[in-house]
Write a protein that binds this ligand. Structure first.
Ligand SMILES: Nc1ncnc2c1ncn2[C@@H]1O[C@H](COP(=O)(O)OP(=O)(O)OP(=O)(O)O)[C@@H](O)[C@H]1O
Ligand SMILES: [Zn+2]
Length: 630
């Protein structure tokens, strides 16, 4: 039982170290998005600091692989909600703090601008760019300060974002997820990663999952040069699908093997042009490899640290194909029983998971056999697991340091010292921790924070786009004819889209709590900066207007483009120090005293390897580690 003295004692040290701020922290309502690696550390910190009310949002459940670093979770919590368990575990550290858990996606509409406005501060502890961008946009719209953070291995960052004061998460462009041209993967691989993507995203999915055309790692864009080859590749995939029907039969591995490691390779070889300046592939022989594989140890697939021979890869290929085929057989009979019982028609498919041993064995063996065919070096199962699973090991200490820095930056925000809270990085070469020399101001061209914002209320039963354009934009705000209106889905009005003027907002997919952007396209004089309206739906008096803009708006004009300064030219956009931001940052790597890093799928970054580090290069032989998008 907690005594009054205990509670007072708990306050003593924060009060001594924080002074007057402690009182404000005790009544502050804050939001923490993500209860993973950083989130667990951060929640512990803010609970112990004594923030009065903490809301935690996480959409996920606890996985075994989280337990090594997400210390609020234990084995018995596996499959339970991260947000709820985090609340339970951290709540015990400080009973004075109220914690609210939301097991939900932060991008759900229930978390609207009004909800964000209820917080003094938001902490991001996320692992992907989409959610980061979303929270950034909401915090800018609600004008709530955001402490954004991320880690990848030893690299980490903390960025304080405040509308009108600092740059926001979107002020610097973020890289689109990487994908591989389908011809590289399917016809002309030159690196182990190409063969791994082939094994995982093509072969595995064509045999056990959904079709490759639904796989984001493969880019099917055709140009006139490769259109014919893409057609051929589609035919190949079709033939593979037909072989799928023999799954479970003893000849199944041979049918697959001959198709992908012999016939398809021979077809490729017949395209002589292709191999003039490339290493020509060499088809494999099932009979020969079967003989070679007779002496391979039964438990070869457990040896994950060394690179298997071709015969060993062959043995694992055949064995894992049998294992996966029998799982598919069971899955199909379960699905057909379920269909008979309740009409549930869920498809019987397997999807690749790096922790699924059968799937990993299959991808390792297939990728290595293909590498061998194309004269590419083979890799160990351990390496391929990292690459196929896109894993950069998480370091608990980096998360702990970053979570600590998040709180220190939050104190500055609450003290009104945002100008003393520049972006901080950990990792890299040289110093363990570096901070930028100053807070970066907003980018005036940013489409998220370099815009004017206002709220409009529409009556969904009556309001049309025409009401908005003529009454509000042209009437009340003085816009000219040349304007366009964009919803989240794209352009809904411009002078060529007049037919939309009679449409109601619901018909244009513009709903409550969504945003529309007004672009002033007037030639000549400097146009207004973009205006973003957040939409509130309400039933308005029938005798009044169907749309209401209650604020007086003074929308600034865009500054005339200034000639580029020499000093600006010297600052390079590098793929560097994004540390979880997954974008290009306008600062030189050397500025920050950190080595360059390459962006990764989760919005995290990976340190550039040493020259002799055995890492595959994606775009440029000197640019560093590769990343596969899931
Ligand atoms: N849109 C979202 N809404 C709510 N929570 C999210 C959203 N996107 C990601 N998250 C959560 O953010 C957390 C990020 O934590 P972390 O980077 O440690 O990832 P993880 O999934 O726990 O671990 P790992 O990916 O390394 O196995 C996760 O718990 C994840 O569920
Ligand atoms: Zn911005």
């Amino acid at each position: 039982m907690e005594t009054k003295k205990d509670v007072k004692g708990r306050d003593k040290f924060p009060r001594m170290s924080l002074g007057a701020l402690h009182g404000r922290i005790k009544t502050a309502r804050v939001l923490m998005v993500g209860a993973g690696g950083i989130g667990c550390e951060l929640l512990k910190n803010i609970v112990l600091t004594g923030f009065g009310e903490i809301h935690v949002v996480d959409l996920d459940t606890i996985d075994l692989s989280n337990l090594n670093r997400q210390f609020l979770f234990r084995h018995e919590h596996i499959k339970k909600s991260k947000a709820l368990v985090a609340k339970e575990s951290a709540g015990r550290f400080n009973p004075n703090v109220k914690i609210e858990a939301h097991h939900a996606n932060i991008m759900d509409p229930q978390f609207n601008i009004e909800w964000y406005k209820g917080f003094e501060l938001v902490f991001n502890a996320l692992d992907n760019v989409a959610a980061r961008r979303y929270v950034n946009k909401m915090c800018i719209a609600a004008d709530v300060p955001l402490v954004e953070s991320g880690t990848t291995g030893f690299d980490g960052h903390v960025q304080v974002i405040k509308r009108g004061v600092t740059e926001c998460y979107d002020c610097t462009p973020k890289e689109a997820p990487r994908s591989f041209p389908v011809c590289t993967i399917r016809s002309t691989p030159s690196q182990p990663i190409h063969c791994i993507v082939w094994g995982k995203s093509y072969l595995f999915t064509e045999i056990f999952g959904i079709s490759e055309e639904e796989t984001p790692e493969l880019d099917f864009t055709e140009d006139s040069e490769n259109a014919k080859e893409i057609q051929n590749l589609r035919r190949e995939a079709e033939a593979l699908k037909n072989i799928r029907d023999s799954m479970g039969l003893s000849q199944f591995p041979r049918l697959i093997f001959d198709k992908v490691f012999k016939d398809d390779i021979e077809r490729l070889l017949s395209m002589e042009e292709m191999w003039k300046n490339r290493h020509a592939p060499q088809a494999l022989d099932f009979e020969q490899l079967s003989k070679d594989a007779e002496s391979v140890a039964k438990n070869i697939s457990h040896h994950d640290q060394h690179v298997w021979t071709v015969a060993e890869n062959f043995a694992v290929f055949v064995d894992s194909l049998h294992r996966l085929s029998s799982r598919m057989g069971e899955l199909k009979s379960n699905v057909s029983n379920a269909t008979q019982e309740n009409g549930d028609t869920a498809p019987a498919i397997l999807s690749f998971d790096k922790d699924d041993v059968d799937a990993l064995d299959f991808v390792v063996a297939s990728a290595n056999l293909r590498s061998h065919i194309f004269g590419i070096e083979m890799r160990s199962k351990f390496d391929i697991k990292q690459m196929a699973g896109n894993i950069i090991p998480a370091i608990a200490t980096t998360n702990a340091i970053i979570a600590g820095l998040c709180v220190l930056q939050a104190f500055k925000v609450m003290r009104g010292l945002i100008d003393k809270a520049p972006m901080i990085f950990t990792g890299g070469l040289g110093r363990a921790m570096t901070a930028e020399s100053r807070v970066r101001p907003p980018n005036p061209d940013c489409t998220v924070c370099g815009v004017a914002r206002a709220k409009i209320t529409i009556d969904p039963s009556r309001a049309t786009l025409g009401n908005l354009v003529t009454e509000i934009l042209q009437g009340q705000l003085g816009y000219g004819e040349e304007i366009s209106v964009l919803s989240d889905k794209g352009v809904i009005y411009d002078p060529d889209l007049e037919e939309n003027l009679i449409q109601k907002f619901g018909d244009l997919d513009v709903a409550n709590d969504s945003f529309i952007t007004i672009k002033d396209e007037e030639d000549g004089d400097t146009p207004r900066i973009d205006l973003v309206f957040s939409i509130t739906e309400a039933s308005l008096p029938a005798d009044g207007k169907a749309i209401q803009l209650s604020e007086t708006l003074n929308i600034p004009r865009k500054a005339k483009a200034a000639p580029t300064q020499e000093s600006e030219k010297a600052v390079v956009y590098s793929d560097a120090p994004t540390n979880g931001v997954n974008g290009k940052r306008k600062r030189s790597a050397t500025d920050a005293g950190i080595d360059e890093v390459a962006p990764s799928k989760k919005g995290k970054a990976v340190a550039k390897p040493d020259a002799d580090d055995d890492v595959i290069f994606l775009d440029d032989p000197v640019s560093g580690a590769i990343v596969i998008d899931d």
